[in-house]
Design a protein around this ligand. Structure first.
Ligand SMILES: Cc1cc2nc3c(=O)[nH]c(=O)nc-3n(C[C@H](O)[C@H](O)[C@H](O)COP(=O)(O)O)c2cc1C
Length: 199
């Protein structure tokens, strides 16, 4: 079968890319607003862009006419944390996408607020590893309405049980969660999950 984007059935237009560009890693991104209120939300459009120094990009769609809180906070503070998501945080991850503003998301989600080593932005204590990021650039992505954040990873926290002298981090032992569709997920240990969209 071959279809141009215009020929895609209407019911598939929103979801097919999620299934074709898969599996994707999931991050819970923690940020602070200018008042110091923490925000946490899931993002799976992030990817490594360079390794020396390590750079990554994350793409943000819009919520109606507005920027998502995570993007607005990153622009205001210049920093954020990519918290890797293991299987046991799947439900918390899905709930966090609901996106309620002006509330301390560590409290709302029952997560532990931990200090990052290099930036003034909290990380999630339960996460097996956290990448501390400094904003380098924002890139509009026309003709879409999305915008990409390009950032440098300036520090990393790895929980001791997942640290390996050979590779530094063991994603299988951490049982990380991947997106394999709009509402489908797969843990690295092979469990598939269906989590209905909350946002
Ligand atoms: C697994 C998962 C991955 C997501 N990835 C993205 C993404 O890459 N880009 C995006 O704009 N929204 C993404 N979302 C939707 C946001 O998490 C959602 O819009 C959320 O309300 C944003 O919260 P915020 O405004 O606090 O940042 C994703 C949602 C889920 C459940």
């Amino acid at each position: 079968m071959h279809l141009t984007t215009e020929q895609l059935p209407k019911n598939l237009r929103g979801t097919i890319w999620a299934c074709l560009i898969a599996p994707r890693p999931i991050a819970l991104i923690s940020t602070l607003d200018t008042q110091g209120v923490p925000n946490i939300a899931p993002y799976n459009s992030y990817s490594g862009l360079a390794n020396n120094p390590p750079l990554l990009g994350v793409s943000f769609s819009r919520r109606g006419d507005e920027e998502k809180t995570t993007l607005a906070n990153i622009k205001e503070t210049g920093v954020f944390v990519i918290n890797l998501v293991p299987r046991f945080l799947a439900d918390v991850m899905n709930t966090s996408a609901e996106g309620t503003d002006k509330e301390d998301d560590f409290k709302r989600l029952g997560l532990t607020r931990a200090e990052a080593g290099t930036i003034s932005c909290p990380r999630i204590g339960e996460s097996p590893a956290a990448l501390e990021c400094r904003l380098l650039n924002t890139v509009p992505l026309p003709p879409s309405r999305c915008e990409m954040v390009v950032a440098q990873i300036v520090g990393v926290t790895i929980r001791d049980e997942f640290y390996t002298p050979e590779n530094g981090f063991d994603p299988l032992a951490a049982d990380l969660l991947a997106s394999v569709g709009a509402e489908e997920y797969l843990s690295l240990n092979g469990e598939s999950l269906h989590l209905p969209k909350t946002w």
